[in-house]
Design a binder for this molecule. Structure first.
Ligand code: C2E
Ligand code: MG
Ligand code: MG
Ligand code: MG
Length: 292
């Protein structure tokens, strides 16, 4: 126990535990029963084609409806789940729940081509991941070509050979693989070449200042060009303004995700806001003003 926590940078024998560490320990304890208590939920955020704003996919994003803290963001509890060994159970739940939701929407006549789910750091190192994904697809009836798994560079680079083996097996299963937050990690291009990826997700830190910062514009162009020359689709995250959208569309970035098209919403609200937009949403210049 002490060893396990030592890995997280906590030390049980430290006399003055910081408030942050105490809170984290409390959260770990509470997280243990959260799934059983039905406190986890998923929000869905649209991914659109930049050419016509048609709906191409959704990313499932986990939330924790905490009795004391309210709605807790994943940045707060995913690291805790990873360090405490709860992440496997949580990931299984997210995957199953999201696949089921897509099938429910299919049955309601609201067909979303693709579902993206985030794979946490630790899962890629588990040998049973591929079988678990396969069984979830079989159970829910979602075909593999509609499931996209998002991994991050830091996750892969930590144990490259193992990651390549796992990702190869996932590709063989027929699922789509995306590299999330691309550009923020430290993968070399040589490593990138070894990975069986289908898509790059350009990190929102490069998107933020498009139209204002020449360097970020150059980086965005380079990421799009890299994706194209490696045969990968490119999606930009964190698009909040019409300026960013126009820049990326004009540079032939394939898809976009961000508040401009929609914030992450619970399933019912997502259906309500998107089912009416046949053939893609209409982007007025005004929508930019709505984004914070
Ligand atoms: P991510 O996978 O890069 O997800 C995108 C994050 O950017 C989401 O934050 C989303 O709400 C936010 N975002 C989207 N559009 C915009 C925008 O226009 N502007 C800004 N400022 N932000 C935008 P969220 O939902 O808080 O998730 C944060 C991170 O937590 C995710 O980053 C992902 O790494 C992780 N995460 C979320 N759900 C899960 C999950 O079910 N499992 C695992 N392992 N990780 C998850
Ligand atoms: Mg993601
Ligand atoms: Mg991301
Ligand atoms: Mg991110």
């Amino acid at each position: 126990r002490a060893k396990e926590n030592g890995r997280n940078g906590f030390n049980f024998y430290e006399p003055a535990m910081s408030a942050g560490a105490a809170e984290r320990l409390r959260m770990e304890h509470e997280l243990r029963g959260a799934l059983a208590r039905d406190e986890m939920l998923l929000h869905y955020q649209p991914q659109v084609a930049l050419s016509d704003c048609s709906l191409r996919g959704v990313e499932a994003l986990c939330r924790w409806q905490h009795p004391r803290l309210g709605l807790v963001a994943p940045d707060q509890f995913i690291p805790v789940a990873e360090d405490s060994g709860l992440i496997g159970e949580l990931t299984a739940w997210v995957l199953e729940q999201a696949c089921r939701q897509l099938i429910l929407w299919d049955r309601a006549g609201f067909r979303i081509p693709r579902l993206a789910v985030n794979l946490p750091m630790r899962e890629i190192e588990r040998t049973d991941l591929v079988n678990r994904v396969r069984r979830t697809l079989e159970r829910t009836g979602l075909t593999p070509d509609r499931l996209e798994l998002e991994v991050t560079e830091s996750m892969i680079m930590r144990r490259l050979d193992l990651a390549v083996t796992t990702l190869d097996a996932l590709r063989a299963l027929g699922v789509i693989l995306a590299l999330d937050d691309f550009g923020t990690g430290h993968s070399s291009l040589a490593h990138l070449k070894r990975l069986p990826l289908n898509r790059l997700k350009m990190d929102r830190s490069f998107v933020e200042r498009l139209g204002k910062d020449r360097d970020d514009e150059a980086i965005a162009r380079a990421v799009i060009a890299l994706g194209r020359s490696l045969g990968l689709g490119v999606i930009a995250e964190g698009i909040e303004t019409r300026t960013q959208h126009d820049f990326l569309r004009d540079e032939f970035c394939d898809e976009g995700q961000g508040y401009l098209y929609g914030r992450p919403l619970a399933a019912a609200a997502f259906l309500e806001s998107w089912s009416v937009m046949e053939g893609g949403m209409h982007l007025s210049a005004d929508r930019t003003a709505e984004a914070p």
